[in-house]
Design a protein around this ligand. Structure first.
Ligand SMILES: Nc1ncnc2c1ncn2[C@@H]1O[C@H](COP(=O)(O)OP(=O)(O)OP(=O)(O)O)[C@@H](O)[C@H]1O
Ligand SMILES: [Mg+2]
Length: 352
């Protein structure tokens, strides 16, 4: 049995088996016949960027490949449509890439707090069972895989980050402190900002909510400005690299994005901090706050000074987009793996 964590985000799909991580944009496209498959130069595009799959008789380009090569591309920020049309293909693409096939897979995945009740059974049902997935590689070689998903556990997305903090790779408790304390989690993603509280490991409904204060809101402002100035409608998922770099070239003209980005992210951080203040007004006894998600990492420098209380620090070396999914995988180990069996207590490091 293989244990996988998959975080199907509006911006990026993230997956891990604990040893290997996978991340690609949550964009699908119609596959086209690519006549010239050779790379123009060696060391051009990484092999793993080529994601082509066939599922249920349909052929898709996935992620960057769809962005670059598909004439018709699909991308959504609508939850029902995301579950109905995207989740299965994105999750099975990730699964096919990470598992050998014929080995039963147990899967942990998540949903935003706000759509958890409504969609959790539907999502589990979509993924459970036998699936035939064909992977096509960059040279056109086909590999058919039989994927058998025997168990699916759906958890509220930000809990992934809590588990990632709390459990080690084997799924055993590593940080006992978090188990005894009241922890607030702020998960800023591409579309959603998710807030939740774990109070001595109990979920707090009062302190949990999903809002639209994701990075896309800031990207929208920038895309609108760019449309006004250049006449080109830049799709939101084509903005990550440009915003990261601080400039974008459209029809030969370079537009500086640094000033605007700083301003927009500052405003977004203020919106998030205000939501936190309102939502957690009665939770002044919080012990610590975790900022997570790829958007959390980007907003952290603006957001941290606006929050009251101890904020657990973010290691700038790690890719925070993977933080939830790594926790999903550890949680999978905890409930199904070695961590599920009682383990002799290892001498715990003593924290002063
Ligand atoms: N290396 C990176 N490449 C691209 N985006 C990055 C990177 N590092 C951080 N980001 C930021 O991460 C954001 C996406 O974060 P994340 O993957 O957590 O969102 P998501 O889970 O797909 O969205 P949601 O939770 O709303 O469904 C992007 O909007 C971008 O601002
Ligand atoms: Mg997310």
């Amino acid at each position: 049995m293989e244990i996988l964590g998959i975080d199907i985000g509006f911006g990026f799909t993230k997956a891990t088996n604990g040893k290997q991580d996978l991340i690609f944009k949550s964009v699908l496209g119609e596959s086209t016949d690519i006549q010239f498959r050779e790379q123009m130069l060696a060391n051009g595009v990484a092999e793993e960027d080529y994601l082509q799959v066939e599922i249920d008789g349909k052929s898709y380009f996935v992620g960057e490949l769809a962005e670059r090569q598909s004439n018709v591309r699909f991308f959504t920020l609508d939850q029902a449509q995301f579950i109905g049309k995207f989740a299965k293909v994105l999750a099975l693409t990730a699964t096919a890439r990470l598992v050998k096939g014929f080995v039963p897979v147990n899967l942990v995945t998540g949903l935003p707090i706000g759509s958890y009740q409504k969609h959790k059974d539907e999502l589990a049902k979509l993924l459970l069972g036998e699936h035939k997935v064909t992977l096509v590689d960059a040279s056109g070689k086909r590999e058919e895989k039989s994927i058998s998903i025997s168990k699916v556990r759906v958890i509220p997305q930000p809990f992934g980050s809590l588990f990632n903090h709390m459990l080690n790779d084997q799924g055993d408790l590593a940080d006992k402190r978090l188990v005894r304390e009241k922890i607030g989690i702020i998960d800023v993603g591409f579309r959603t900002a998710d807030y939740t509280i774990s109070d001595k490991m109990r979920y707090s409904e009062r302190g949990s909510r999903t809002t639209d204060s994701g990075i896309a809101r800031g990207f929208n402002v920038i895309a609108t400005k760019l449309r006004e100035n250049s006449g080109v409608n830049v799709e939101l998922y084509r903005l990550y690299e440009a915003i990261d770099r601080g400039s974008i070239k459209i029809r030969g003209k370079v537009y500086d994005l640094k000033g605007m980005t700083d301003q927009v992210f500052g405003q977004l951080a203020t919106a998030v901090a205000n939501e936190v203040d309102r939502l957690w007004a009665d939770d002044w006894d919080m012990d610590a706050i975790i900022i997570t998600g790829g958007g959390g990492a980007v907003l952290a420098k603006h957001l941290q000074p606006l929050l009251n209380g101890e904020v657990l620090s973010i290691d700038p070396k790690i890719d925070m987009r993977l933080y939830n999914v790594q926790g999903y995988c550890k949680f999978g180990q905890h409930i199904w793996g070695r961590g599920a069996a009682p383990v002799p207590a290892a001498p715990a490091p003593v924290n002063p």
